[in-house]
Design a protein around this ligand. Structure first.
Ligand code: CA
Length: 233
């Protein structure tokens, strides 16, 4: 599948933002379809089966969150939320409900296209799980998920089981924002989801062991108020 002719659904009630998105995406060769309400948006996703959805959370007839919950019952199509500044809580709820990423308004074309590429690549990857390799590499770090070994500048670094599990969850999702809740569930299990400080402590340890400058991480990035993101290429 080439991403250039992929159909992208834009569900957004503000006409200027829809125009900006349409112009930015068609220039890149994407096809676009638009809806201004949750009702029309849901119909659009159901009928057109877009490769990706750009979804505003504040729609006039319903919360965009409802669309995510509805669509996730039958489709894994990537959903990128368009949220206003200060909507941290609804952003986190949307990600936990199954959205793939978010853009905070106002955002630029470069950021928009980068997020779309990551989400489309990730969707393609999920469809080809059998071709997944177990090795990974970023900056001076390389490792093998199956052997559970990590090297920095070719020198082996010892990680605890939980540190390794946290790193593995991040490297399996390059470029994708992962909420505190998601990481807690994946690494610590379902009973830990109210303990976000676990993630903070272990992330600090991982950065100390893997990042050149742990206080200015280049790869294990913080998404303020939301979670973490492994830098994509
Ligand atoms: Ca809106």
């Amino acid at each position: 599948m080439s991403s250039s002719d992929s159909l992208i659904a834009i569900i957004e009630d503000e006409a200027p933002i829809r125009r900006f998105l349409r112009a930015s995406l068609t220039v890149e060769g994407f096809r676009v379809a638009e809806a201004a309400t949750a009702k029309d948006g849901l119909r659009l996703i159901t009928q057109e089966r877009p490769a990706l959805v750009l979804l505003d959370l504040g729609l006039p007839d319903a919360d965009g969150l409802r669309i995510i919950e509805e669509v996730r019952q039958w489709s894994a199509t990537p959903i990128i939320i368009l949220s206003a500044r200060g909507e941290e809580q609804s952003k986190v709820e949307a990600l936990d409900a199954g959205a793939d990423d978010y853009l905070t308004k106002p955002f630029g074309v470069g950021e928009l296209l980068a997020r779309i590429r990551v989400a489309l690549r990730h969707a393609l990857h999920i469809g080809n799980e059998d071709r997944e390799t177990t090795t990974f590499r970023f900056g001076p770090v390389r490792g093998d998920l199956a052997e559970r070994r990590v090297f920095v500048n070719e020198k082996e670094v010892k990680l605890t089981k939980l540190e390794f599990d946290l790193l593995a969850t991040l490297v399996r999702n390059p470029g994708k924002v992962l909420t505190h809740r998601y990481l807690l569930k994946e690494v610590w299990g379902p009973y830990a989801v109210e303990e976000p400080h676990y993630v903070r402590v272990f992330m600090a340890n991982l950065r100390k062991k893997l990042e050149r400058n742990p206080s200015r991480p280049e790869y294990l990035l913080t998404e303020q108020g939301v979670g973490y993101r492994m830098r994509g290429e």
